[in-house]
Design a binder for this molecule. Structure first.
Ligand SMILES: Nc1nc2c(c(=O)[nH]1)N[C@H]1C(S)=C(S)[C@@H](COP(=O)(O)O)O[C@H]1N2
Ligand SMILES: [Mo]
Length: 440
């Protein structure tokens, strides 16, 4: 049985002579490790070249069953008010839309390009002047409440650029498939958030000695229309809530939050699944136990505490809450399908992020991961902001190539080239992003 590590050392030796046998050895069955669709599994190299419309110089390194990036990505335009028409709408009730990687090229994500993930129906009438946030819960020493204006006037304001990423980003690639929004790459963004520290506000209520968690409640309603049901109410351990960067935010890039992103007030928690960042925020509770709101238990935002075989039945008791998000990166330029001419250098760039950690190195490959070259990597403007990387590539011959990008975090963890740890709800897919490039 080959280990995942062997893949990192080079796909060549594993796949070159008998890709299907390698798949079987690795996964116990024939699979397409990078994409869920397997229709090209048996196709010959010639057929593959015909499909991508070019000779494939590094075909020897191409994993068996790989769907070329040239085919695996598509877009479907649809418009959400206040959002870039290029966002890909995955569901319209509730609204869920992701941003294709090439629209995430800005170092600071524009508000109209920030993805939307709604679990319920956003509030319809918002009286901003009357909006209040209250603090309570069994581990709060008192109950307090603030209007937006009071929050803005009574507490020091802070601005941090912070990445938010849905825990289910990349879900579409899991085999066997996981139910839920079939996010591909773009349920992530990194705008600049302005607000006040959650800590400063919680302190005015008083944090009791037995406080262990906070939970949020928003003003959206359950998809069923049942007023007693809450669409989502999640939270974080008190230590996370008390970090400098944990914000009660009313602005993105200096402007009001878009309605779909939680206007007029939301929570922003850096580096953790974005489901912790309550939108249309009405209440924070300080809890003396792990918050037990909607989508804190069962299979929601939880993964097996120990790795399981793909498709396994995992008892609820063996599921653990997702905390920091794993290391990940995107190629935001060029867009997949780029055409260049032989001899031309190709500039590639994107972002990388690593949850509570920072990104320590960034590399790209043009030969399906057989070899890697180091990229330039910038520091984050502050903790929890994604980092910009860039590189220049030369291609040996005309033909079809893929550019694969791989980030390594400050603890040495690397993005896998194949879809990592299967889990029942398809969270935490941080596999390398890849794009197709044709050299004429
Ligand atoms: N009140 C409320 N807060 C919420 C949600 C929601 O449906 N309702 N969705 C959560 C989830 S699962 C994610 S990924 C992020 C999405 O934030 P965005 O829509 O601003 O991108 O908001 C989180 N906060
Ligand atoms: Mo999410």
């Amino acid at each position: 049985m080959k280990k995942k590590n062997d893949i990192e050392k080079g796909l060549h030796s594993l796949y070159a002579d008998d890709p299907e046998a390698a798949d079987k050895a690795l996964w116990g069955r024939e699979v397409d490790p990078v994409s869920r669709r397997g229709f090209l599994r048996k196709s010959s190299l010639l057929a593959m070249s015909a499909v991508v419309g070019a000779h494939i110089p590094f075909a020897a390194y191409m994993p068996g069953g790989l769907i070329p990036a040239a085919l695996a990505q598509s877009d479907a335009p649809f418009r959400i008010p206040g959002k870039d028409p290029g966002l890909i709408v995955i569901n319209d009730r509730p609204v869920n839309a992701e941003t294709p990687p090439w629209l995430l090229d800005d170092p600071v994500t524009p508000a109209d390009r920030l993805f939307v993930r709604n679990n319920g129906i956003p509030p319809e009438k918002i009286d901003t002047a009357a909006w209040t946030l209250s603090i309570g819960g069994e581990a709060a020493r008192s109950s307090v409440s603030y209007t937006l204006k009071e929050l803005q006037e009574q507490f020091q304001q802070h601005t941090y650029q912070m990445t938010i990423e849905c825990g289910g980003n990349g879900r579409a690639e899991f085999v066997p498939p996981a139910k839920g929004n079939q996010w591909r790459l773009g349920a992530v963004g990194c705008p600049r958030w302005t607000g006040v520290r959650l800590r400063d506000v919680l302190k005015t209520a008083g944090i009791a000695g037995d406080a262990v968690y906070i939970g949020y409640y928003g003003d959206d309603s359950h998809i069923s229309g049942d007023p007693k049901k809450v669409p989502i109410s999640r939270g974080v351990p008190i230590e996370k809530a008390l970090q400098n960067e944990s914000l009660l935010a009313w602005a993105i890039n200096g402007e009001d939050l878009p309605l779909m992103n939680g206007y007029p007030l939301r929570l922003v928690i850096g580096g953790w699944p974005a489901s912790t960042c309550g939108k249309w925020l009405k209440k924070i509770v300080i809890r003396n136990k792990i918050h037990d709101g909607a989508k804190m238990g069962g299979y929601s935002y939880r993964v097996p505490c120990h790795p399981v075989a793909p498709g396994a039945d995992v008892p609820e008791a063996e599921m653990c809450i997702i905390e920091s998000m794993p290391v990940k990166s995107l190629i935001t330029h060029p867009r997949s399908g780029a055409m260049i001419t032989a001899g031309q250098t190709l500039k590639v760039r994107g972002h990388a992020w690593a949850g509570d950690r920072s990104v320590a190195a960034m590399a790209v490959s043009i030969d399906f991961g057989a070899s890697w070259q180091k990229c330039d990597l910038k520091h984050a403007v502050n903790r929890f902001a994604w980092q910009q990387w860039s590189g220049e590539l030369r291609f040996p011959d005309p033909g079809y190539y893929e550019v694969w990008a791989r980030a390594t975090d400050s603890m040495g963890s690397m993005q896998p080239m194949v879809v990592p740890g299967w889990n029942p709800k398809g969270y935490l897919n941080n596999a390398c992003h890849r794009i197709a490039v044709k050299v004429a």
